[in-house]
Design a protein around this ligand. Structure first.
Ligand code: SF4
Length: 312
């Protein structure tokens, strides 16, 4: 699978909601050579990267991780540091620290990460996935999003889909040193601290938006946002609103629903790969494949939205 482009081989066309603006070739769209991401996030070899203030579909006027307006996006490395040191939500910080202290029996020998979890993936990603929040004994333990929540957990389910679609070099996500690399994709979350019951409050989601904004600002090539679940979907729309991007009518969350946005990005809904969804059959592997086939098709076609009135 390694070396296979995410937008490489032709595939069958999955269900796509169509409307006023269909896929079209973008004249002069960049023929970019994707590559596998660098070493695992947080390793000493993680490259520092300064981000250009222009290019791609990401908004240029951003807030930094402290929520202060800035015209110059932070580097991904600085964003990561800001996330890790954040203490904005006392309830969540207390909960993460408590889980890290008490541990689950199966992981009693592990040193839990216990801090906010930054995004992970390819700094040149064109595809951003926005999940919900770290799992208490998954990412809150390992320090990497969608990592370590066990066999058959959301991390493996998602990673196997990304692997089949050519965005990941392996189909599992077990621990931060497992060699997993993403290509052309970056995974973030609406909330960076594990919430009790997987339920952050609206205030906590709002508190964490500057981190998503700063991360997106440091990913200048993002063209497609895949929202993994309604909370991630709503958080991204909230972020657009905060940036003054008017999306009318407001998109409704639905699996494999596609919406072109006035900022040039495409938003795709996807059920969250939680055990609750995958064990009940609400979300199946073919359904995940459908979403990433849409993503691949858009990347291949150079589909871009140039009309502020364009809805799908
Ligand atoms: S949830 Fe986000 S804003 Fe709140 S403490 Fe964690 S990183 Fe900070």
């Amino acid at each position: 699978m390694q070396g296979r482009r995410a937008d490489g081989p032709p595939e069958r066309l999955p269900r796509v909601v169509s409307g006023a603006c269909g896929p079209r070739e973008a004249p002069g769209s960049p023929t970019r050579q994707p590559r596998w991401g660098g070493p695992p996030e947080g390793s000493a070899a993680q490259p520092r990267r300064r981000v250009r203030a222009s290019g791609g579909g990401a908004p240029r006027a951003v807030n930094n991780a402290d929520g202060k307006a800035t015209s110059q996006p932070l580097s991904l490395d600085l964003v990561r540091k800001a996330i890790i040191s954040c203490e904005r939500c006392p309830r969540l910080r207390d909960y993460c620290a408590q889980v890290a202290r008490e541990k689950r029996r199966a992981f009693r020998d592990d040193v839990y990460w216990g801090k906010p979890v930054p995004g992970f993936g390819d700094p040149r990603a064109r595809v951003l996935l926005v999940g919900l929040a770290p799992a208490a004994h998954g990412a809150n333990r390992t320090g990497r999003v969608f990592t370590g929540d066990g066999g058959g957990g959301s991390g493996d389910f998602l990673m196997s889909a990304l692997h089949r679609a050519g965005f990941a070099n392996m189909p599992t996500s077990q621990h931060p040193h497992d060699g997993l690399q993403l290509r052309d994709a970056f995974i973030a979350a609406a909330v960076r601290c594990a919430p009790p019951g997987n339920k952050p409050t609206p205030e906590e989601v709002a508190n964490c938006l500057p981190h998503l904004e700063a991360e997106l600002g440091a990913l200048p090539h993002v063209r497609i946002v895949v929202a993994l679940g309604k909370i991630g979907f709503d958080a991204y729309l909230q972020l657009l609103k905060r940036q003054g991007v008017v999306v009318h009518p407001r998109p409704q969350f639905g699996h494999a629903e596609v919406r072109q946005l006035p900022n040039g990005q495409t938003l795709i809904g996807c059920y969250h790969p939680s055990r609750q969804n995958t064990n009940t059959g609400k979300l199946t592997a073919p359904m995940m494949d459908d979403v990433f086939e849409v993503v691949r098709r858009i990347l291949r076609s150079g589909w871009r939205n140039r009309s502020k009135r364009c809805h799908v």
